[in-house]
Design a protein around this ligand. Structure first.
Ligand SMILES: Cc1cc2nc3c(=O)[nH]c(=O)nc-3n(C[C@H](O)[C@H](O)[C@H](O)COP(=O)(O)OP(=O)(O)OC[C@H]3O[C@@H](n4cnc5c(N)ncnc54)[C@H](O)[C@@H]3O)c2cc1C
Length: 396
């Protein structure tokens, strides 16, 4: 295994840094909340600037408008964007959707949506969870019934990140109730302005809006908007969830490194009881410990990426890495709050806010990370069974 970057990869890193210098992230309006994963806020304008530069479709096959640039470039792009604190929030979801459309989409879906994704004009929400179906997603109740050339969808989705500011949703629905639960599911692309969709915001702990719930009443979607084969949506769902765990967390290491750097600067410049925080042996130990964990995390994700690039199986790696990323994030932000003391919870904008109020936002958003995309308990089960070969739990 090669741990270094090639000359081309280093040149590409410089290309991204130049792009960030030419497009300072702080100049871009934020349309949606920063969810604290490391991908920053949701900014349509920043996404479109990346689209113009060709970054959003650079690894796609040329036949679909891509440049067939190497897989590793995508990792470098994400790492540089996260290190700079750029607002590339919707990129991960768009990229995964594009990959699904290229693999499973109808000619019409490809023709209509790929150019919009490449230019940063289409963003997506994920309609998987329901009020009574999260971990046990196979219990979902949303139905899609074929009617001529359309599917008619009815149901209720919840916790749909950024649904109110994205123009398309990926909705998983039951198309056949007469077969075992893992069969009979289908994935449909639904335009957010389709009549019958009612997208309502849910305010989060931070005070911002990130989640939505979506009421779906007699929503008509043409059959060309089916992603893949009818009744076989579970395969895409599983693949999607696994890649989500990788692509949705790859940038966590550079993001945590950025937070850690802020804490190191703070310790180096702040006195408590007349003594510089950086001289406190406990604080020094903690900061060094986090530096070690973040470095390990970065390597684990690069290895995971390398396995994916080589087409090798990753039966548990994405679960293990996501688990480590999110729990390290929670520990680091909790320590950050402790280090800042009474200044920690002060919101951005107050003259008493330290580190521009970023730590309390990072701390509060980190709470949901061990639930989103598979809870830590469920990921541990995957590591136990697929990674360690332990038997599946017996239900009493
Ligand atoms: C920040 C965030 C963003 C999200 N974004 C989206 C989105 O965009 N689209 C979307 O569809 N959904 C989204 N979700 C929802 C998310 O997918 C679900 O919350 C998650 O799958 C858990 O489901 P649940 O909330 O129903 O909890 P439950 O499944 O009810 O779990 C509750 C608790 O029970 C535990 N538990 C359940 N089953 C087991 C088991 N078999 N073994 C051990 N423990 C178990 C869980 O670990 C958890 O602690 C998001 C959630 C968060 C927090």
């Amino acid at each position: 295994m090669e741990f270094g970057f090639s000359t081309e990869e280093e040149a590409f890193r410089q290309e991204v840094r130049q792009f960030l210098q030419d497009h300072p992230p702080e100049n871009y309006p934020e349309d949606g909340m920063d969810a604290g994963y490391g991908s920053g806020a949701h900014s349509h304008a920043f996404l479109q600037a990346m689209g113009k530069r060709g970054f959003l479709s650079m690894t796609w096959p040329k036949a679909f408008g891509g440049q067939e640039r190497p897989f590793m470039f995508k990792l470098i792009l994400l790492e540089e964007l996260a290190s700079a604190g750029a607002p590339f929030g919707p990129l991960g979801g768009c990229d995964q959707t594009a990959a699904s459309i290229i693999q499973y989409g109808s000619p019409r879906l490809k023709e209509e949506l790929l150019p919009l994704i490449a230019s940063g004009q289409a963003t997506f929400w994920q309609g998987f969870s329901e009020p009574n179906s999260g971990t046990d997603l196979l219990s979902l109740q949303t139905e899609a019934v074929r009617d001529g050339d359309d599917y008619v969808i009815n149901g209720h989705k919840i916790w749909n990140s950024h649904a109110g500011i994205s123009n398309y949703g990926l909705v998983i629905a039951r198309t056949n109730p007469h077969v075992p639960r893992h069969k009979g599911l289908s994935m449909l692309v639904v335009a957010s302005d389709t009549p019958g969709l009612d997208i309502r915001p849910i305010r989060s702990l931070t005070g911002g809006i990130y989640h939505y719930e979506v009421f779906i009443e007699n929503v008509r979607v043409q059959k060309d908007y089916l992603l893949g084969t009818e009744d076989e949506g579970f395969v895409q769902l599983l693949g999607g969830l696994d890649t989500d765990r990788f692509w949705g967390r790859f940038y966590k290491a550079p993001y945590l490194r950025r937070l850690l750097n802020q804490l190191v600067d703070y310790a180096n410049t702040t006195k408590r009881n007349g003594r510089l925080l950086a001289h406190d042996p406990i604080i020094r130990q903690k900061l060094a410990g986090f530096a070690t964990e973040i470095e390990a995390l970065r390597m684990m994700f690069y290895r995971n990426g390398w396995l994916i690039k080589e087409g090798l199986p990753t039966p548990y790696e994405s679960s293990l890495n996501k688990l480590y990323a999110d729990e390290t994030g929670q520990k680091l932000t909790a320590f950050g709050m402790e280090l800042l003391g009474m200044y920690g919870p002060v919101k951005a904008g107050s003259r008493w806010a330290k580190l521009h109020g970023t730590m309390s936002h990072a701390y509060q958003t980190s709470i949901g990370h061990t639930i989103a995309g598979g809870t830590s308990e469920v990921l541990r089960t995957t590591v136990a069974t697929r990674g360690l070969g332990l038997p599946r739990e017996k239900r009493s």
